[in-house]
Design a protein. Structure first.
Length: 345
């Protein structure tokens, strides 16, 4: 019988390694002595110890080149949630993830760590300290969430101890930190256009915002603790800062840190949600004629006006997870990293 030569445990690949989370993950893996292959549709930087492979993850042949001699694959590529393009989400998150799994099998990869999302259970209503056993959203709030659910199911179902292929899913929530192209830039853009004067709802809703280095720490712990006899096999894990914060306090701290005023006036949640829904519908109908990108999408309004925080007790118990950067320090580091977005810059 032919024996399969095991690739070195220190060779890994990061699919989506040019993105916000992916690049932070790559930098930390290199610090820890891993040789890293980045597979991404674009190359955004260069780093010693990292080999770049540019390609679409739906292309198995391109993936196989990057996965040669790799033992661990981190899959953190996805179209941006704001793209709202159903066909693109289906192609990349569902068909593409199926291709990633096939390529892992063919390349002899032993571990696949998926970046899922805590929002796979979010339906637009309050979630308080939820554990991972909460059922997937029956009515996902957008195509992004819908396809993240399918993606997570597919990766966890692919776990097979017999075939020496182990999988685990990390569910972060509200990732923020230096170089994030979403949260801080969108917030500042809204503030600059005078749209951040209002608090949606009573402003008391608690939310998890997770510093990117904590998310990276969760991914690396998961990869290193994922073994045939460990409880991590085929499981999903919430990774948060473990410090739920009022959504509007968090936004205000970022805004004030960058020199903008904090929102002050309250608007009823249902009113804003109704307007956002109407705008989304109009944008959808007019799409063939003109591209409109509303700041306040139904998803964003739901996220801004409800509780959504998650327990990471399972990650603490099974992989010894603890956040490495507390929220206060994380906000300070983030604000400092965006000098170009300061008021007046
Ligand atoms: N940001 C957040 O708050 C949260 C994110 N997540 C998950 O974390 C992961 C990383 O998110 P984040 O870093 O914010 O996202 P980014 O958009 O910054 O990174 C994703 C990377 O994947 C690339 N990519 C997209 N499509 C393909 C493709 N077909 N083939 C190869 N590469 C592709 C992107 O390229 P391009 O930019 O050109 O599209 C980008 O470089 C995602 O899976 C996301 O669902 C989960 C919870 C919260
Ligand atoms: C205009 C303001 C009302 C809101 C500005 C901030 C928002 C852009 C962000 C607040 C919560 C964020 C969030 C995500 C994206 C950016 C926010 C909406 C995700 C949707 C990213 C992908 C996920 O998997 C879940 C995230 C939840 C929180």
């Amino acid at each position: 019988m032919a024996t399969r030569i095991r690739p070195s445990n220190k060779r890994c690949a990061v699919i989506g390694g040019s993105g916000f989370l992916g690049r932070h993950l790559v930098e930390r893996l290199v610090d820890r002595g891993y040789a890293v292959a980045v597979f991404d549709i674009r190359q955004s930087y260069e780093l010693p110890g990292v080999t770049f492979y540019q390609g679409d993850l739906c292309d198995k042949h391109a993936l196989l080149v990057a996965l040669k001699d790799v033992s661990i694959v981190f899959h953190c590529a996805s179209p941006a949630p704001a793209s709202d393009d159903r066909a693109l989400f289906q192609r990349v998150n569902i068909d593409g993830t199926r291709t990633v799994i096939q390529a892992c099998h063919e390349a002899g990869v032993q571990k696949l760590v998926l970046t899922s999302s805590a929002s796979v259970v979010f339906e637009g209503t309050d979630i308080k300290n939820a554990k991972e056993d909460l059922p997937y959203a029956k009515r996902p709030i957008d195509y992004y969430t819908e396809t993240k659910i399918q993606q997570e199911k597919m990766v966890l179902e692919a776990c097979s101890k017999e075939n020496d292929f182990l999988t685990v899913a990390i569910r972060p929530h509200g990732i923020f930190g230096p170089r994030d192209p979403q949260l801080v830039p969108i917030l500042v853009d809204a503030a600059r256009r005078g749209k951040m004067k209002f608090i949606i709802g009573d402003g008391c809703n608690l939310v998890d915002f997770t510093y990117v280095e904590n998310v990276v720490h969760g991914h690396i712990l998961a990869a290193e603790r994922l073994k045939t006899d460990s409880p991590l096999c085929a499981q999903a894990y919430h990774i948060t800062n473990d410090e739920p914060v009022r959504f509007w306090d968090f936004m205000s701290q970022i805004l004030v840190g960058l020199g903008y005023s904090a929102p002050r006036y309250h608007l009823p949640y249902m009113l804003v949600y109704g307007i956002a829904l109407l705008l989304w519908l109009m944008a959808f109908i007019m799409r063939p004629l003109v591209q409109i990108k509303p700041t306040f999408t139904p998803m964003r309004v739901a996220l801004a006006g409800t509780h959504h925080y998650y327990s990471c007790a399972r990650a603490k118990q099974d992989m010894g997870y603890q956040p490495v950067v507390p929220l206060k320090e994380a906000i300070a580091r983030t604000v400092e990293s965006y000098p170009h977005l300061r008021k007046g810059a």
